[in-house]
Design a protein around this ligand. Structure first.
Ligand SMILES: NC(=O)c1ccc[n+]([C@@H]2O[C@H](COP(=O)([O-])OP(=O)(O)OC[C@H]3O[C@@H](n4cnc5c(N)ncnc54)[C@H](OP(=O)(O)O)[C@@H]3O)[C@@H](O)[C@H]2O)c1
Length: 290
């Protein structure tokens, strides 16, 4: 019999890639989009799990609006924290492993090295606090939950989501005559959704649990990432560097939130390929589906 998996938040950037990756590996997959199952509804989550006998349940649903969360912290907390409690209790009931995704924004950005799993979380705002609480809920009710922290996710699925991603934002801005200003003093680990999905399933198939960082593999500023995006897209808009002082946002963000993949690599997983290759793949798939 095929291994069985359930994916919540299946229409998001990561959700679509998890469903594709799992089906390619011959899992039987039950994929729930938000319109079918809202994870903040505990009874709906229970109904979605009971009777399917899934071995593993992936939660790729999230409230990701970092700035808006400062105006509506309850909304962020409901989806990113309390709903994870629903999923953890559901997984406990049906004896499935929960795989939950978290963020580099659980850190304060004061480190001078790519963050490792042992570094102390210290989020700087409502989004980060809600995601950290989600990690705690996932691990409070389950002994073998897997929490994968990632950073700056971009995938072709972003073409179809309301929120999109940084690549699509840059391409939209490139279509206007104004110069594009991007911060050069904030560094992260932009991560290609199909690779994130593949590495996560690899972790599951190695029987691993606990916290793992799966980032794009190299620390890079948003300014340099924008440069790579325009190179890959073959466009040359006017790109100017700015910084946190000039470009204020409602939410505080960590200045340096690159993630170290060392633990993942020590577990025998392949390192991430260069970001340029990920962008080439992104544009290949984007051009096929656009
Ligand atoms: N995107 C990033 O830059 C980033 C960075 C670090 C970590 N992460 C983490 O990586 C994971 C995947 O993110 P992503 O980029 O794939 O996000 P995404 O593209 O925004 O997808 C999130 C999905 O969750 C759904 N959703 C929201 N609230 C829901 C609810 N109450 N019930 C069910 N579904 C709900 C959304 O549906 P609607 O579109 O209908 O709202 C959307 O389909 C998340 O855990 C996120 O926190 C993301």
């Amino acid at each position: 019999m095929n291994r069985r998996a359930v994916v919540f938040g299946a229409a998001g950037q990561l959700g679509v890639e998890l469903v594709r990756e799992l089906r390619e590996r011959r899992y039987a997959v039950l994929a729930w989009e938000r319109s079918q199952v809202d994870i903040t509804d505990a009874a709906a989550v229970e109904r979605a799990l009971v009777g399917y006998e899934a071995e593993v349940v992936f939660n790729s649903a999230a409230y990701n609006q970092v700035d808006v969360a400062e105006k509506e912290p309850q909304a962020a907390y409901l989806v990113n924290a309390l709903a994870v409690r629903n999923l953890a209790l559901g997984c406990r009931q049906v004896d499935a492993q929960l795989v939950h995704f978290s963020t580099d924004y659980v850190f304060d950005g004061m480190a001078r090295h790519p963050y490792v799993e042992e570094d102390l979380p210290h989020p700087l705002g409502a989004y980060g606090v809600s995601k950290l609480a989600g990690e705690l809920y996932a691990r409070a009710y389950l002994d073998r939950a897997l929490v994968v922290r990632t950073s700056g996710v971009f995938g072709p699925g972003g073409l179809n989501t309301a929120r999109g991603n940084f690549v699509e934002l840059m391409l939209r801005l490139a279509g206007s005559p104004n110069p594009i200003r991007v911060v050069e003093d904030h560094v992260a680990s932009p991560t290609y959704a199909p690779l994130l999905a593949a590495r996560t399933v690899d972790l599951v198939e190695r029987g691993l649990a606990g916290i793992y960082h799966v980032g794009g593999g190299i620390p890079i500023s948003w300014f340099d990432f924008a440069r790579l995006i325009f190179e890959a897209a073959g466009v040359q808009p006017r790109l100017l560097a700015t910084n946190e002082r000039e470009y204020r946002t409602p939410a505080r963000r960590p200045r340096y939130s690159a993630l170290s993949n060392a633990k993942m690599e020590r577990s025998g997983l392949a390192p991430m390929p260069p970001l340029k290759d990920a962008l080439a793949s992104y544009f290949g798939r984007r051009n096929r589906t656009a």
